[in-house]
Design a protein around this ligand. Structure first.
Ligand code: PHB
Length: 417
């Protein structure tokens, strides 16, 4: 098999890249370990920066997002028994859209298949080779299953080979792509946090119009939403904790203890899903090696507190789409050569922002009353100083994108907002 761009991983990064390349007449094949249904139902993040919304609209995959996504013009920070709003609209003139990542994935898979795109589901990339040649290869096996973190194969699937002009690794933190960059070349920067997030999906109406990020002596809590009927809530937990330790009543008791104020009570509903999310900051440098490029979680992980994960992944593929288009249209390699440098500024700023939000809003084991008072003072400052509120707001709605990486049609979309 041969293609121009071989893409490992069919999450938002891989699918958006495949679609952007298609719009420029470049052929790609996406290799994805999971099946379509699994991919379309996995509950992940839900906040889209305005730049991400503009990109999806300009790429022609924004119809359902525009109808079903909820535009939020601010978020709430709650601490010390009070709730203060950060007004994005007033501070930055921009907004965010709450629309689940799995909904974005559904829209993208449909668009790729409608356009005759190639996605190999239930197919495992087993390795990459010849990355420093002009014919890098992805080795893969079909009929693969992922269970309990282990990959198994059906009866006798042969190893096959996809020969490409370039390979893009969008296969997340645990994928094969990053590890294909030799140890002597690859540098990794990590911070693990001593807590996780316990996430629940709740059937019922929302408790608030906008998200609430809450600092409490018992730990962080977040009130988010998915739709008028489905709510998404999180609370800080022990990273080693298990879902089985948390029957519904215990969850509600904990959420009320952290969130309720004198005049406001969290609305309960039927809990339809529970999961625990690990918290990690991680950056790989460089994000490329020979003709391999890494995008999204394969190259960097942010804790979810800043709501940056998917946005950062799509910012990477904007740069790649433009670089790959230059290569195929005119043989230009300048943008591809500078890919790491062009992405890392944004990656590290988003890493800083996510780390800062996490540090300001969580309870750390070693913390004492002094530390808690400092966090409350910081939140008081951030919500009372226009300068401080603006630094939060402009990072949250997304730092400006270099106009060179906007895709055709995007400026019109922005003007229409
Ligand atoms: C979510 O709705 O899943 C969500 C919202 C905001 C965050 C993280 C997750 O910071």
């Amino acid at each position: 098999m041969r293609t121009q761009v071989g893409i490992v991983g069919g999450g938002p990064a891989g699918l958006v890249l495949s679609h952007l390349l298609h719009l420029r007449g470049i052929e790609s094949v996406v290799i994805e370990l999971r099946g379509r249904e699994e991919l379309e139902s996995e509950i992940r993040a839900g906040v889209l920066e305005q730049g991400t919304v503009d990109l999806l609209n300009a790429a022609g995959v924004g119809d359902r997002m525009r109808k079903e996504g909820a535009v939020h013009h601010g978020v709430n920070l709650q601490f010390d028994g009070r709730r203060e709003r950060i007004d994005f609209e007033d501070l930055t003139g921009r907004a965010i859209t709450v629309y689940g990542q799995h909904e974005v994935v559904k829209d993208l898979i449909q668009a790729r298949l409608d356009a005759g795109g190639h996605i190999l589901f239930e197919t495992a990339a087993t390795g990459l080779s010849d990355l420093d040649s002009e014919e890098p290869k992805i080795h893969f096996r079909r009929d693969a299953k992922l269970e309990g973190g282990k990959i198994s194969f059906g009866e006798d699937p042969e190893e096959e080979e996809l020969v490409c002009d370039h390979v893009v690794g969008c296969d997340g933190f645990f994928g094969v792509s990053r590890k294909a960059i030799p140890d002597g070349v690859r540098r990794e920067y990590t911070r693990t946090y001593p807590f996780g997030w316990f996430g629940i999906l709740v059937e019922g109406p929302p408790s608030t119009e906008e998200l609430i990020y809450n600092l409490h002596e018992r730990g962080f809590a977040l009130v988010s939403t998915r739709s008028p009927e489905i709510q998404r809530l999180y609370f800080q937990c022990d990273p080693e904790d298990e879902v089985a330790n948390w029957p519904d009543e215990r969850i509600w008791e904990e959420m009320h203890a952290r969130l309720d104020t004198g005049d406001w009570t969290l609305r309960e509903g039927g809990i339809i899903q529970k999961n625990i999310v690990q918290m990690r900051s991680f950056v790989t440098e460089p994000m490329q090696y020979g003709r391999l490029f890494l995008a999204g979680d394969a190259a960097h992980i942010v804790p979810p507190t800043g709501a940056k994960g998917m946005n950062l992944a799509l910012a990477d593929v904007r740069v790649l789409a433009r670089g790959l288009a230059d290569f195929h249209e005119s043989g230009g390699t300048d943008l591809l050569e500078r890919y790491t440098e062009l992405c890392l500024g944004r990656v590290w700023k988003a890493s800083r922002f996510s780390w800062w939000m996490t540090s300001m809003l969580h309870r750390f084991e070693e913390d004492n009353a002094f530390q808690h008072r400092v966090q409350v003072a910081e939140l008081d400052y951030v919500t009372s100083s226009r300068a401080a509120a603006t630094t939060l707001a402009e990072n949250y709605v997304g730092l400006p994108m270099d106009p060179a990486f906007k895709i055709p049609g995007e400026d019109q979309e922005q003007a229409a907002h």
